[in-house]
Every structure is written in C-alpha cells, then in structure tokens.
Design a protein around this ligand. Structure first.
Ligand SMILES: CCCCCCCC/C=C\CCCCCCCC(=O)N[C@@H](CO[C@@H]1OC[C@@H](O)[C@H](O)[C@H]1O)[C@H](O)/C=C/CCCCCCCCCCCCC
Ligand SMILES: O=c1ccn([C@@H]2O[C@H](COP(=O)(O)OP(=O)(O)O)[C@@H](O)[C@H]2O)c(=O)[nH]1
Length: 427
C-alpha cells in the first residue's frame, strides 16, 4: 500500500509532468538543431567542377499539370531557363482540352532550343491521378535521372545542378524542402511562417536522423531503381501519398535520400483558406500512414506544448513558478526560434515586416491544433475535384464525386472552355 502522498494518481501525474518537460526539451533541441543546420546548409553553393571532368548526366523533368494554378506562366518559365546542360521537359496534362496547354505551348514557342514535349492523354493506371498523369512522361523519358516537379513550384537556375551534384553513387533520391517563393500579400507571409517554421523544423530534423519525410513536390531519383517493380512508377499509384512510399522504397534498396541545398519555392499566392485545406489533406494522409506521429503533432505545436509545460511546472513547483509568465516566455521564445529558422530558409532578407510575421505566426499557431482536429473529423480526402478514401497504411480508393464537388468541377471546366477567360489566364 502506497502512502497517501504517493498515491497512484499522484505518481501518474508526476510521470506525466516529467514526461511533458522532457518532451519540451526534445522540441527545443529540434528547433535549435534546425536553425543551425538551415544556416549552414541552405544556399551553400557547391563548387562548380571542372567543365571537362564534370560531365553532368541528362535529366528528364516530369511536370504533372492540371488546370491553371496561380502564376503558372512565371513558375513554368523558370524550367526553361535552368543553368544545366542536358535536360528535357515532359509536360503531362490530364486532357487535350486543359487550358494550361495554352501556357505550355506559348513557352515552348518562346524557348525553341529547350527540349520539351507535351502529353495529353493519361491512362488510368491507378487511383492516384498525379501518378496516372506522370506515367505519360515516365514511359517516354530519355534519361535515367527523373525529376518530379509539381506545377506550383518555381526553380532557381542553379537548383537542378545542385540536386544532380547531391546525387552521389550511394544516393537514390534528392529532394527539396518545401518552402515559399516571396511574393507580396499577407497570405504569402502566412505560408512563409508555416513552411519556414513548424514544417521546416520537422522536415530538417527528421531528414537529419533518417526519418522518411520526403514530399514529392520536387524530388530527383534514378528511374532504374524502379526497374524491379511492376509498372515502375505506376506501382506507387495505389497510394495517394506516392512520395512517402517512393522514398521508402528507395531507402529499402539501400540508397541514401539527401536534401538539396535549395528549398522548393512554392507559389505563395494561394489564400489562407486554401492553405488550411491543403494542410488538413496532408494530415489525413499522415494519419493513415503514420498515426503514431500524428498523435504527437498537436503537442509539438507552440500553444499546446506551452500549456502542457506550464501545467507540469505548476505541478512540480506549485509555489515557485508563475505559469502565466512562463507561458508568455515560452511563446516568445518559440516565435523567435521560428523567425530565425524562416530567415535561414530564405536566400535574401524577408521582404515583409516583423509585425506581419508575428500576425502570420499567431494565425499559424492557432490554426495548427484546429487543423489536426478537423482532419480527424472528416474521413474522405478531396483533391482537385476528386474524392478518396484512405485505408490504414495508405492504400487508397476513389469515391464517387459528391454533388458539390462535381458542380465545382463542372463550373471550373465551363470557365476553362470560355474563350474570354482563356485569354485572361493564358499569360
Ligand atoms: C519530438 C517528436 C515530435 C514529432 C512531431 C511531429 C509533428 C509534425 C508536424 C508537422 C508536420 C511536418 C511534416 C513534414 C512533411 C510532411 C508533409 C506531408 O504531409 N506531405 C504529404 C503530402 O504531400 C503531397 O501529397 C500528394 C503528392 O502528390 C504531392 O506531390 C505531395 O507534395 C506526403 O504525402 C507525406 C509524407 C510523409 C511525411 C512523414 C512525416 C514524418 C514526420 C516525422 C516527424 C518526426 C520528427 C522527429 C525528428 C527527430
Ligand atoms: O488530379 C490531379 C491532382 C494533382 N496533379 C498534379 O500533382 C501535383 C501536386 O498537386 P497539388 O499541388 O494539388 O498537391 P499538394 O502539393 O497540394 O499536395 C501538381 O503538379 C498537380 O498538377 C495532377 O496531375 N492530377
């Protein structure tokens, strides 16, 4: 029988309090490591090798496109001006009527010396529409090195050369950390705060300790690694998170997965509402694939971890700690760490004020736990007008479209078919 002051309830609370403080210390270490690592690693230019000796291999760039994303012309144009001697652009469209083909055709006309092809009729290999789309280019790719590059990403001229140079003999995949292109507008600050803060911290440290966190928005890999798989890339089309499983497969073949020195510059002009929907979709993917990590997600955010630590301190030192003061200092320290990390993910100084960052950061901090909650409340996943159901482990099946989604898709298609609106978005 335990003495009353050592009851089981007390021991349980004591362990929780100590556990919470250890967890918080772990988070602080992740933050500091990410800040230092980003400072030392990002934008480090690898010495250009001797042009004679440095025979860079050709790269086939797969560009899956569907509809018109914001700034699509400017973003796609960056792929025509890469500082790289040998590459081909394989634009994969979902249909010949897709309005984005006008943008692609205009660019191909403007840069006739760039090796580029357009595909417009994907086959239904699998449930993942992005994989179906990319298969058109995958099957015709000239080179062994393949770069998957999403439509909303902008590439710096030197970034492809960097990715290829990172592709050592023992490396099977080189990926870029998702970050944000700097454009005007508060929504852009919110994206920078999220992708340069929480996201960068986890992405960098997970990558450092060898945990698979690769996103497929910009990743280079060797096509030949997929040779043993039936269908090659199509094999991963059974999952919606094809990137996670592709990277896992590359590792299982004994290759290393390496982070590029240049982050992927996503277009930051999407609204905060769209960013939220996107992050909720990603949480649903993670919940299906790695539910144990998703359980930790809310507690690894600033507000919940701060509340948890404040409670732990009040429990362990009831009269020694002012919990309000602690919570305030906790949030300020977190804000400062996120700011430093975000600056280290940027090539040049932030083009927005510190006040704008604080507002964006507060929005992200409040949004994150809500996102996790929302993701657990709705089961289906909506992606570009389609609906899916994820099974445990990540295998996916497509659901029939609901009326609202079908109506939105039809409206978008009607707008695309309208010649007046086509003119507006083409350039
Ligand atoms: C003390 C431990 C704390 C752990 C706390 C974890 C908190 C996580 C918080 C933030 C999440 C950041 C995660 C990083 C990247 C994930 C992004 C993501 O979910 N991407 C998915 C979607 O990508 C798109 O999917 C469709 C595809 O077609 C598109 O091209 C893609 O871009 C992607 O599918 C999923 C990838 C798997 C991510 C696994 C993340 C594992 C995180 C482990 C964290 C452990 C950290 C420990 C460090 C020591
Ligand atoms: O039905 C689809 C959905 C997406 N994509 C492509 O997949 C990539 C990623 O799409 P999105 O940006 O919507 O994904 P997210 O990064 O938000 O997960 C983009 O190049 C899209 O063009 C596609 O080809 N077909």
């Amino acid at each position: 029988m335990l003495p009353p002051q050592l009851s089981y309830a007390y021991l349980a609370q004591l362990s929780l309090a100590v556990g919470a403080l250890v967890f918080l210390a772990g988070l602080a270490v992740l933050h500091l490591v990410a800040i230092v690592w980003a400072r030392l690693y990002f934008y480090r230019r690898l010495e250009p090798l001797d042009p004679e000796a440095d025979r860079l291999p050709g790269v086939s760039i797969l560009k899956p496109l569907v509809g018109i994303d914001k700034n699509v012309y400017a973003n796609l144009e960056t792929y025509f001006t890469l500082e790289y001697p040998r590459y081909e652009l394989l634009f994969c469209l979902e249909s010949s009527e897709d309005i984005v083909s006008m943008v692609v055709d205009t660019l191909i006309e403007k840069y006739p010396h760039v090796d580029a092809r357009v595909f417009k009729s994907p086959q239904q290999h699998s449930v993942n529409p992005k994989v179906n789309n990319m298969m058109q280019g995958f099957e015709c790719a000239k080179y062994d090195l393949l770069l998957i590059s999403d439509s909303g990403v902008r590439m710096l001229p030197q970034a492809l050369a960097d990715m290829v140079r990172c592709m050592g003999r023992d490396v099977g995949m080189v990926h870029q950390m998702p970050f944000t292109e700097q454009r005007p507008g508060f929504h852009n600050v919110v994206q920078s705060a999220y992708f340069g803060g929480t996201h960068a911290k986890v992405y960098i440290t997970a990558n450092l300790v060898g945990i698979n966190c690769t996103t497929g928005m910009s990743c280079l890999f060797r096509k030949s690694i997929l040779d043993p798989l039936p269908g090659g890339l199509a094999y991963f089309g059974r999952y919606l998170a094809e990137d996670f499983f592709l990277s896992q497969y590359v590792r299982s073949r004994g290759f290393r997965v390496v982070l590029s020195h240049y982050p992927a510059l996503q277009d930051g002009s999407t609204s905060v509402g769209n960013l939220r929907r996107r992050l909720i979709r990603w949480i649903k993917l993670r919940s299906a694939m790695i539910p144990h990590v998703v359980l930790l997600e809310p507690f690894s955010d600033c507000l919940l971890s701060g509340l948890m630590a404040a409670w732990a301190l009040a429990f362990l030192w009831p009269s020694g700690v002012n919990v309000y003061a602690y919570f305030l200092i906790h949030c300020l320290a977190w804000l400062l760490c996120d700011y430093l990390l975000m600056l280290n993910c940027m090539e040049s100084p932030a083009p927005f004020s510190r006040l704008a960052f604080v507002c964006a950061w507060l929005l992200c901090a409040c949004m994150s736990p809500l996102n996790v909650l929302c993701a657990q409340c709705q089961r289906g996943v909506e992606w570009r007008g389609r609906r899916f159901r994820l099974e445990w482990g990540g295998v996916t099946r497509e659901l029939p479209p609901v009326a609202s989604v079908a109506a939105a898709t039809a409206a978008a298609a009607a707008e695309s078919a309208d010649p007046a609106s086509q003119k507006k978005v083409a350039i």
